[in-house]
Design a protein around this ligand. Structure first.
Ligand code: SAM
Length: 286
């Protein structure tokens, strides 16, 4: 079998199949055994787990996942990688490769079919051009999830893990805090990939909450409020939110809610914690 977690093994496979990298698919393949082991260790995979891998590439991390998981489902958009994956994963009978765009996959149906609806673990070296839609899509769809362990751009990991007062704080930070407990477990140099990305990367491990740390009447509304507040970052919360055309949410309602919370009318959304956004959303929903 081709062992891929190193430069020579990867280059051999790329050469054998005369593989052409597709930049628009965010293809940067991992070639560092130490980082690969760190990712699968952080994901704490056991022989009981169903793992969903997004973007297996030539199957490098997939091999590590197959060794540890009960079953791996790998969703890859690039059709030219499918024959390569058949080759590099030929020794494993616990992997299914699906040639599809992950944003169009019904992950709940996969969890039902392969895991009897029990929570699954997501592990991936994500394509950077769609990191946010993938992570937000996983959270918002309420697919049964235990954890998400992913390689992302370092700058995105910083946005995922920060709080009020930082320039990186925004809708993504709040979504990650609402849905999970996040921890950056490694910073990864461009040298760990072929081809090298232009940026540094981080591995972030998110343990999905069984119950969110705040209680809201309407979760979708909470995130409408959050997005509206950050879309208009330089405006006050009153101006930003009232300009977002949310039904029934005018300046007077927002001022009234802020008053009840003991907040100034000139407060900005970027100073609000998750708890404060939840309180505001609940007031506005009444
Ligand atoms: N897991 C491999 C590794 O670590 O070496 C490859 C990671 S590479 C950063 C991202 C992978 O995601 C590529 O194989 C790319 O073709 C695939 N990909 C990109 N967009 C995708 C999408 N929308 N759905 C599924 N896979 C996608």
């Amino acid at each position: 079998m081709a062992y891929l977690g190193n430069p020579a093994g990867t280059l051999r496979v790329l050469d054998k199949y005369k593989f052409n990298f597709r930049k628009n698919f965010g293809q940067n393949f991992l070639i560092d055994d130490h980082i690969l082991t760190k990712i699968v260790d952080a994901a704490e995979i056991t022989k009981d787990d169903l793992v969903l891998e997004i973007g297996p590439g030539i199957g490098t991390m997939t091999q590590y996942l197959c060794e540890r998981a009960r079953q791996v489902i790998a969703v890859e958009i690039d059709t030219s990688l499918i024959p390569i994956l058949e080759d590099t994963l030929s020794e494993y009978d616990n992997v299914s490769v699906i040639n599809k765009d992950i944003l169009k996959v019904d992950i709940r149906a996969l969890a039902d079919e392969y895991n009897e609806g029990r929570p699954i673990k997501v592990v991936a070296n994500l394509p950077y051009y769609i990191t946010t839609p993938i992570v937000m899509g996983l959270f918002e769809s309420h697919v049964p999830l235990k954890s998400i362990t992913v390689m992302v751009q370092k700058e995105v990991a910083e946005r995922m893990q920060t709080g009020p007062g930082s320039k990186d704080y925004g809708a993504l930070s709040l979504a990650v805090a609402y849905y999970s407990e996040a921890k950056v477990i490694a910073t990864v140099s461009p040298n760990c990939f072929i081809p090298k990305p232009n940026v540094e990367s981080s591995v972030i491990h998110m343990t999905v909450h069984e119950k969110s740390p705040v209680e809201v009447v309407d979760e979708a509304f909470l995130f409408q409020i959050i997005r509206a507040s950050f879309n208009q970052r330089r405006k006050t919360l009153v101006n930003g939110l009232s300009g977002a055309n949310l039904p029934g949410i005018d300046k007077d309602r927002i001022r009234e809610a802020l008053g009840k919370m003991g907040k100034s009318e000139t407060v900005r959304g970027e100073t609000f914690t998750l708890e404060e956004f939840a309180e505001l959303a609940n007031y506005l929903k009444k």
